[in-house]
Design a binder for this molecule. Structure first.
Ligand SMILES: [Zn+2]
Length: 159
C-alpha cells in the first residue's frame, strides 16, 4: 500500500467532498488520510469554507445506524397501518358468550315451583326465598335421579 500523500487527486476529493457537505472523518476514510486532523488542516490550508446551512453527511457508521433506525420506524409504521386497515375491514368481534354452566337448561327452572305439602319424590326440594315468607317456595322441578334436587340445584348445592 502506498503511503498517503496530498496529491492532486486527494486534494480534489477533499475539496469536492467538503464542499458537498461531508465531514472530515468521511473524507479521511475515503482518501486514506492518516488522521481527521490532517484533513481539517488541509481544508484550512486550502481556505475552503462552506455554507453553514448545508446538510452535513456524518460518518458512515453513524449514518448506517440512522438508516437502521428509520427502517425500523418504517416497518413499525407499516405494521400499524396494516393493523388499522384490518380493524376497519373486520366486523366487530361477537360478544363473548357467557361461560356455560355445566347444568340443566333452565337456571333455575321456575315453572314447577311448589309449597311444602306439594313436595314429592318427583320435585326438587331446593328452598327459594325466606322460610315463612309468602314468597317462599320450593323449586319443584324434576329432580335428578337419586337426588332431592333438580340438575341446577344439584350444582348449586355442591358448590
Ligand atoms: Zn331445583
Amino acid at each position: 500500500m502506498t503511503p498517503f500523500t496530498w496529491n492532486e487527486e486527494n486534494i480534489a476529493i477533499v475539496k469536492a467532498r467538503y464542499l458537498s457537505g461531508h465531514t472530515a472523518t468521511v473524507i479521511m476514510h475515503e482518501i486514506g488520510a492518516p488522521s481527521r486532523n490532517s484533513v481539517i488542516g488541509k481544508i484550512d490550508r486550502l481556505g475552503l469554507r462552506r455554507d453553514r446551512s448545508m446538510p452535513v453527511f456524518r460518518a458512515q457508521r453513524r449514518s448506517s445506524r440512522h438508516f437502521a433506525i428509520s427502517a425500523y420506524d418504517m416497518v413499525q409504521k407499516l405494521e400499524r397501518r396494516a393493523r388499522r386497515a384490518m380493524r376497519k375491514e373486520m366486523p366487530p368481534e361477537p360478544p363473548v358468550p357467557p361461560r356455560e354452566m355445566p347444568i340443566a337448561p333452565e337456571c333455575p327452572p321456575m315453572g314447577e315451583r311448589c309449597q311444602l305439602m306439594d313436595l314429592t319424590s318427583k320435585t326438587c326440594r331446593w328452598p327459594i326465598g325466606q322460610v315463612g315468607h309468602e314468597d317462599f317456595f320450593f323449586c319443584g322441578a324434576v329432580p335428578e335421579e337419586d337426588s332431592p334436587y333438580c340438575p341446577y340445584h344439584n350444582v348449586v348445592a355442591h358448590k
